[in-house]
Design a protein around this ligand. Sequence first.
Ligand code: C5P
Length: 413
Amino acid sequence: MTSNPRRILVGVAGGIAAYKACHLIRDFKEHGDDVSVVPTEAALNFVGAATFEALSGNPVSTTVFDAVDDVQHVALGQQADAVVIAPATADLIARLAGGRADDLLTASVLVATCPIVVVPAMHTEMWLNPATQDNVATLRRRGITVMEPAHGRLTGKDTGAGRLPEPGQIAEFARTVLAGHPVPFDWKGRKVVVSAGGTQENLDPVRYIGNRSSGRQGFALAELAAQRGADVTIVAGNTEEIPVPSGATIVRVTSTRDMEKAMNESAADADVVIMAAAVADYRPATVAGSKMKKGAADEQLAQLELVENPDILKGLVARRDGGELKKDAVIVGFAAETGDANTSVLEYAQQKFKKKGCDVLMANEVGEGKVFGQSTSAGWILRRNAEPLEVAHGSKQVVAAQILDAVNEKLAK
Ligand code: C5P
């Protein structure tokens, strides 16, 4: 719980996904936020006001004629630190785009000057209808963040675009927007390739050399690139169980050489190439066909012979410069560094930035309990011909937002 809770107005429109708003409210409450729920009249056909009141701990009304003495239709919007509307139906989006104020939710949105996140959920035909798409474009033009809906199972037997993203995903996205990163929808038509997780090098059929990378930073970058409208491919080594961002293509690989091949193939027509994976620098010179025996006469395990792996990032830069990738593809690397008495983390990272030749490099200080396997990170973003940008400690998605903004500055417009 924070001592000064943020006020989040959760708007709920009348769609079957309204039940997921309950989990969203829970998520905000568990993060210490003060939540006020404003459903539309139609939403109450799906979830009762009592449920919203119990979960939020605040009274619920739908009309501007409740609590008139408190001027509620103005107060709720004025006091909010963020407005998150999930689900937003085609009808609600149309009313928002039209600037209507015919219920408490739309009136509150007109008053709010805080960040607003609209999370659509509807059948694919309604989502793709030019009327809805125009309305969404109108909201985005006005600075409202509209999340891209997920692809998947809809209410009936149909599947397609229009599913409400999972509540945890919405909550995390809303926190990124609230942290001052509105995630613009400006990468439609761009292709982004991100590597994530750790590579593994087999020693024998049961053992491997690997590392502690969780893949969370790579997936956070992929998620936000997809939310910016890009066509995203993730080349994933070993990662935690992380949901694949909706619409993204995932290529699963094991070894560094597999990853190199998949990255080279996927990067060929990409506008942005990000090496967020923790790559095994060495691999065993030979892979035993059967399990190596402890104490065997030749004791291979006690004396492993290793050979160096290719540097995928350097290779990608060379390919771009050699004309095998798009000539203005923006290439991003990572540096996980520890400092010492003579050289700081930032200085080591600057040396690595020069060596790798990429356009942007995210430098993290690593160590016990820092970055690897954690949900937060911090460090510096290095860019060519610009000062290092300090990245304050924050969620990996908030860090991803800043990396993508640095990439955006480099993209040919
Ligand atoms: O040299 P170092 O491993 O510290 O560099 C880190 C950066 O280089 C990361 O972006 C990582 O994904 C990439 N890398 C690579 N191929 C390797 C080793 C690292 O692409 N063999």
